[in-house]
Each structure stands twice: as C-alpha cells, then as structure tokens.
Design a protein around this ligand. Structure first.
Ligand SMILES: NC(=O)c1ccc[n+]([C@@H]2O[C@H](COP(=O)([O-])OP(=O)(O)OC[C@H]3O[C@@H](n4cnc5c(N)ncnc54)[C@H](OP(=O)(O)O)[C@@H]3O)[C@@H](O)[C@H]2O)c1
Length: 334
C-alpha cells in the first residue's frame, strides 16, 4: 500500500513520519508533499531520501491513503480532489463538522469509520478536543456526564511553525532586555498567556472554544453541555486542560479515579505530593494522555475537577491520524 503526506515538512507532517516508523506502519511507496517553496527539498526517512513534491504534480490514484496536515485552505481545495482517488485523513478544522464526514478519535468512536466512504474523507479532531474526549469517554459510559467546563493551556506548537519561532525569538529578547514585538501572535507570548485562539465569533467565544464544544458533542454525545475557555501559553509542546465535570449520577473522586484507570490511551498519575502529577513538558514525545489532580468539586454535588495533559502534535494530531489509518486497514480496506 502506498501513502502520501501533504504537509510533510510541517510539525504535524514530520510527526506523522515519526509515528509511522515507531508503529511500524506498513507501506510500499511514500510520497511527501508540501508547498511550492519546498519542492525538491530532501527528507531522509528509514534510510531512504525522498524529494518533496508539489500538489499540482501529484496523482492521488498512486496512493491508498493520503494524510493531510497542511491547514484548512489546502484541505478545502485539495482534499475533495484527492478523495476522488484515495482516502483522505485530514488534520485541519475544515471538514470536522460536516455531517457526512466521520470525526474520529479511535479509542472513543472508531465505529463511525464505517461511514468513511460517504466522502472518502475522515476528519481528525482538534488537538484539545482529542485529549478531552479521551478522558471523558469512560466517565460518560459509566456515570453519564451532564456538563463540562474546560479551560485549556495550549502550547505554541498547536499554532504551527512560525509560532514556535516567535516564542523562541521573543523569549531570547525578553531575557536580553530587548523590546519585543509580535507578528503571528496578537500579544507577546513569551512569559505571558493569551486568552485567544483562532478567530472571535459573534457570541464573544473564540472558534477554538466553539470547536471544543461542537466536536465533543459530535464525537461523544450531543446532550453533553460544554463550556470552554482556550488559552495559549508559552510552552513549546503539550496541551494541558483543567476540567470540571458535573454528572447525572452519584459520583465521587474515588470512583472517577478507578474508572479512569481503565481509560484507553490514558494513564492516571495522581499522587497528593510534590510533583505527583504530569505537566506538558513531561507529556512531550509521549503517546499517552495523562490525568492528574482528580478531586471532588466541594461546591457542587456529583462534580469533580481534574487535569489532563497530552502531546498536541502526537495524540492531538499525528498519532491519532495514523491510528485512524490503522483502524481503516484492519477493518475496512485491503
Ligand atoms: N500542531 C498541532 O498541534 C495540530 C493539532 C491538530 C491539528 N493540526 C492541524 O494540522 C495542520 C498542520 O499543522 P502544523 O502545525 O503541522 O503546521 P506547520 O508546521 O505550519 O506546517 C504546515 C505544512 O503545510 C504545508 N503547506 C502549506 N501550504 C501548502 C500548500 N499550499 N500546498 C501544500 N502544502 C502546504 C507546509 O509546507 P511548507 O513547509 O512548504 O510551507 C507544511 O508542510 C493544520 O491544519 C493544523 O490546524 C495541528
């Protein structure tokens, strides 16, 4: 089976390569695609050197699966063209809320992959949504969630290459006591936090906050109420979330902790001592989503608080996409 990666030079694209190697994902030929400025650049992968090609020059009938991680604009234009000849797994936000397109986190709703032929496009969920629903799924199955209030602490790699560079440059300048200017972020990100990710909507929420709400409903249950506040923090890799959950049935933090110990793709590290929790830096490079600080909400019945951390480039994007491909191959395609 041949595969293509559109956006192969990007943060997520490079992580897709890494995951393919680590999970020993079998393929025959590999095609690496990026923007015109990268055409001809070389990437060495598994001892073989590949030349980057452009979208205009590529015939998607050469591949069985095309991973797209090149942003919404590229997905909007090129994924439907590619999907006439191959199966597209897209990391962008463009197709996620389209009714006929499965929005998939395999541990949570792999069954929806059966509908992949509707458009031959499968959407990867938002990085913040993925780690949220991973932790919510077993809790909803056992205790029925009524409402979720989530605040995110999202790393700059979630925004792309130029944002990583901006944090690096600004951090150096602040330490050197030089004047800092912002090009890609709306405010200084170094040694600061910004309560604004993606564009503002009419109701005063941001699109990132909206995505977390509607994607959670689509993936898990439309009846769950979700209120999100999304914040960019000066961390390179790894998103964290502070989550308050109200349940319809009787719960306490002990029952929740026991239930989460069985959550696929997750690991509970929750000790009441200095350092008895996981931070974004420790999650970086890891395939698991970590759950810490599980405790009763003292102000409301049947409610708990917890802290969830995951590598946004891996489970939040590349790993999830490759897991989707693995499921497809195992169950639906040859
Ligand atoms: N980062 C995350 O945590 C995360 C999580 C979930 C989903 N996503 C989504 O994944 C996508 C990629 O994110 P990223 O962080 O990897 O971004 P990135 O580091 O900025 O990389 C973007 C990639 O897209 C390529 N590209 C840009 N314009 C193109 C065009 N016209 N034709 C072909 N390729 C083009 C770039 O190629 P050049 O190098 O040639 O410019 C590069 O390979 C985005 O939709 C993002 O929202 C990201």
């Amino acid at each position: 089976m041949n595969i293509a990666i559109v956006g192969a030079t990007g943060n997520v694209g490079r992580k897709i390569l890494e995951v393919i190697e680590k999970l020993d994902f079998k393929f025959s030929d590999l095609y690496l695609i990026a923007s015109d400025k990268s055409i001809g650049k070389k990437i060495t992968f598994k001892n073989k050197t590949y030349s980057i090609i452009g979208l205009n020059d590529f015939d998607f009938s050469k591949v069985k699966i095309a991973f797209f991680s090149a942003g919404s604009g590229v997905a909007e234009k090129w994924a439907p063209i590619a999907a006439k000849k191959t199966i597209v797994i897209d990391n962008s936000k463009h197709f996620r809320m389209e009714k006929d397109i499965p929005l998939v986190v395999p541990e949570v709703n792999a069954d929806t992959l059966k509908n992949y032929k509707n458009k031959n496009i499968i959407a990867n969920a938002n990085c913040s949504t993925i780690q949220l629903v991973l932790a919510l799924k077993p809790l909803h199955d056992q205790f029925k969630i009524k409402r979720v209030i989530v605040s995110t602490y999202q790393s700059v790699s979630g925004a792309g290459n130029v944002h990583i560079k901006e944090l690096e440059e600004q951090s150096k300048k602040v330490l050197d006591k030089q004047k800092v200017s912002s090009k890609n972020f709306t405010k200084q990100i170094a040694f600061n936090v910004i309560p604004h990710i993606d564009s503002f909507m009419k109701d005063r929420y941001t699109k990132e906050e909206w995505k977390m709400t509607v994607e959670t409903k689509k993936i898990l249950d439309p009846n769950i109420l979700v209120s999100a506040t999304c914040v960019r923090v000066p961390v390179f890799v790894g998103h964290a979330e502070s989550i308050n959950i109200e349940f319809n049935s009787e719960v306490d933090s002990e029952k929740i902790r026991e239930c989460l110990k069985k959550a696929p793709g997750c690991k509970v590290i929750d000790e009441v001592k200095d350092g008895g929790y996981i931070t974004p830096v420790e999650s970086s490079g890891d395939y698991l989503t970590y759950i810490s600080r599980i405790r009763d909400d003292m102000t409301q019945k049947n409610s708990i608080n917890m802290w969830v951390v995951s590598d946004n480039l891996l489970k939040g994007a590349a790993l999830n996409a490759v897991q989707i491909a693995n499921f497809l191959i195992k169950k639906y395609i040859r």
